[in-house]
Design a protein around this ligand. Structure first.
Ligand SMILES: Cc1cc2nc3c(=O)[nH]c(=O)nc-3n(C[C@H](O)[C@H](O)[C@H](O)COP(=O)(O)OP(=O)(O)OC[C@H]3O[C@@H](n4cnc5c(N)ncnc54)[C@H](O)[C@@H]3O)c2cc1C
Ligand SMILES: *[C@@H]1O[C@H](CO)[C@@H](O)[C@H](O)[C@H]1NC(C)=O
Ligand SMILES: *[C@@H]1O[C@H](CO)[C@@H](O)[C@H](O)[C@H]1NC(C)=O
Ligand SMILES: *[C@@H]1O[C@H](CO)[C@@H](O)[C@H](O)[C@H]1NC(C)=O
Ligand SMILES: *[C@@H]1O[C@H](CO)[C@@H](O)[C@H](O)[C@H]1NC(C)=O
Length: 494
């Protein structure tokens, strides 16, 4: 009897999923790296017999979201997500699959994002409390000596704490690498908490970075200076961010960082192009209503779309999409970072220096309410009299302030980014499955850390979650579509 009831239950439970298993319609809101990666991994993991239709909605006229370009004085630079870590394996694969070229920071002209081989200084509002050496030499040997000497300078100031910092970052990066393990040994995660726990990263979201670093014996000087300048540059925030966001931020300050030649946004464009997607540009989704066996998405263009699965690949913190039934997710605030691009010349007098050559390539800052910016970096030197700079700040840089800092300004461009979450410990995460049914949220992962690669990793999990929950089994191997397209990526410059 019991067996028969169980059999009946199983039949009732599974029948609908089996009958609907051959086709699936998915609507994705947002064409950043998160949305485009969901489309890519749906195609990669779905069984060849399944017919999946994918629509992607993007309110702007271009794809890529926070991977975007800005034109300054006729040249284009990264405006948002600029640099990638050498172990950002999905980003590396995307670059290769789309036949894009990698740009290393040691390239002859300055890197698109930040010149990592250039010198840097720590500005406290009155003077440079630390400065590395710069020698413009064409000789690799001299470069090596200078780089060695700079390491010596750092060691002199911060001592063995630097090694402990490095170990902390390596440990975190190694844990993160578990997300690239084969899908046979790697579960599909229903929640962010579960996903972080599995990789041993969850505890780092429970403490703030400062506490975490003090507990492993880092010196207060290192935390107040070097660590602080890095969290300010990468997340616009202090060392009170979570330990995990802090570790990710520190990992993004090492060597061998790269970007995509011509713009990181092309990774999203390439994924969308290869994934047989119906792309709706300049169409914002305004409402998502659950009608039982499908969702209805209404757009700014007055159109209405029906999909069995809806994927939110945008941070929900500042958009007013109307959900029916309404959602309740933990509150989160976005940190706004103002990126101001200036083609002109810094004024050495502002820094108490006598010549512009004495100003470091990267001016970084400590936490002090009197300092009106987070960082100023050289993007490109055109000649002695003209340089393109990127200024990050928490508040908008007004003209009177810019005129104190710059002696010449030919072009100025302001961008106000709703940049990344305001990190705090302990973090509380929204679920990947927003309504317990088929409404998914990629950016639930963003308050673990916000980077191009973490968006891709979260999207990969969401794609597997969609397929396993809809088709009733976990996809365990790739579809093989990969092999036919690998040839596209022979242009990789490694
Ligand atoms: C200034 C700055 C610097 C950064 N630096 C780095 C870095 O160096 N390295 C790094 O890895 N990461 C960096 N990041 C973070 C990184 O850019 C982001 O984590 C990542 O790009 C987020 O991608 P996403 O797809 O999740 O979201 P997004 O890129 O924000 O994509 C969401 C998309 O959805 C669209 N959209 C929004 N609402 C709607 C709607 N209602 N309907 C339709 N479309 C909608 C948006 O226009 C956008 O295109 C930086 C971010 C900023 C802002
Ligand atoms: C990148 O692509 C290669 C070749 O297609 C594949 O073997 C590898 O697993 C991919 N890496 C990741 C992290 O998916
Ligand atoms: C730049 O760095 C990359 C990676 O470390 C290296 O492979 C390449 O040879 C370097 N190029 C130059 C010009 O030094
Ligand atoms: C899309 O791919 C095709 C063929 O691979 C290519 O010719 C085209 O330029 C690509 N388009 C975009 C927008 O990347
Ligand atoms: C969405 O559009 C449809 C068709 O125009 C309409 O019937 C429905 O009420 C709209 N839903 C919302 C939430 O606005």
């Amino acid at each position: 009897m019991v067996a028969r009831i169980v059999a009946l239950f199983v039949l009732l439970f599974w029948l609908p999923t089996f009958t609907s298993s051959s086709s699936l319609s998915v609507c994705i809101v947002g064409s950043g790296i998160g949305g485009s990666s969901v489309a890519h991994f749906l195609r990669e993991y779905a069984s060849p017999s399944a017919s999946i239709s994918i629509r992607v909605f993007e309110r702007r006229g271009v794809v890529g979201g926070r991977m975007a370009r800005v034109a300054v004085g006729g040249e284009s630079f990264e405006a948002g997500g600029a640099i990638l870590h050498p172990k950002n394996y999905y980003a590396l694969n995307y670059t290769r699959l789309s036949g894009l070229k990698i740009r290393w920071p040691n390239a002859t002209s300055a890197s698109d994002g930040r010149d990592d081989d250039g010198d840097f200084g720590i500005w406290d509002g009155k003077s440079f409390i630390f400065k590395t050496w710069r020698v413009s030499s064409k000789l690799p040997v001299v470069d090596k000596i200078v780089s060695f000497a700079n390491k010596g300078l750092l060691f002199w100031r911060y001592g063995f704490s630097l090694i402990r910092m490095d170990n902390f970052v390596q440990r975190t990066v190694n844990n993160f690498l578990k997300y690239y393990e084969s899908t046979e040994s790697r579960p599909v995660f229903e929640t962010v908490d579960e996903m972080l726990k599995w990789a041993g990263l969850y505890d780092l979201t429970g403490h703030n970075l400062e506490e975490e670093l003090i507990s492993i014996g880092l010196s207060p000087l290192l935390i107040r200076e070097l660590i602080t300048i890095i969290t300010r540059i990468n997340y616009g925030q202090s060392v009170s961010i979570s330990g995990l966001a802090g570790a990710v931020s520190l990992a993004g300050s090492g060597g061998d960082l790269w970007s995509v030649e011509g713009g990181n946004w092309q990774m999203a464009a390439g994924l969308i192009n290869r994934s047989n997607v119906d792309l709706h540009l300049r169409e914002a989704i305004q409402s998502i209503s659950n009608h039982g066996n499908y969702y209805e998405l209404n757009s700014s263009e007055g159109n209405s779309y029906k999909c069995e699965v809806a994927v939110v690949a945008i941070p929900l913190d500042e958009v007013d999409i109307c959900f029916d039934p309404p959602l309740s997710i933990p509150p989160r605030k976005l940190q706004h970072t103002h990126a101001t691009f200036v083609r002109g010349l810094l004024d050495p007098a502002y820094f108490g220096l006598s010549s512009v050559e004495e100003i470091p390539e990267l001016v970084s800052t400590i936490e002090d309410p009197g300092i009106p910016f987070l960082s100023i970096s050289v993007l490109k030197r055109h000649d002695e009299k003209e340089v393109t700079y990127k200024v990050f700040s928490r508040e908008a840089m007004v003209d009177t302030l810019l005129d104190q800092i710059f002696s010449v300004r030919k072009d100025t461009i302001h961008i106000d980014w709703g940049a990344y979450p305001r990190y705090k410990a302990p973090e509380v995460f929204a679920p990947f499955v927003l309504d317990g049914q088929h409404l998914y949220y990629v950016n639930a992962f963003e308050n673990a850390a916000s980077t191009i690669e973490t968006s891709a990793v979260a999207a990969e999990n969401v794609a597997r979650l969609i397929l396993s929950r809809h088709f009733g089994h976990v996809p365990s191997k790739r579809s093989g579509s990969e092999s036919s397209t690998v040839d596209a990526g022979l242009h990789l410059e490694l």
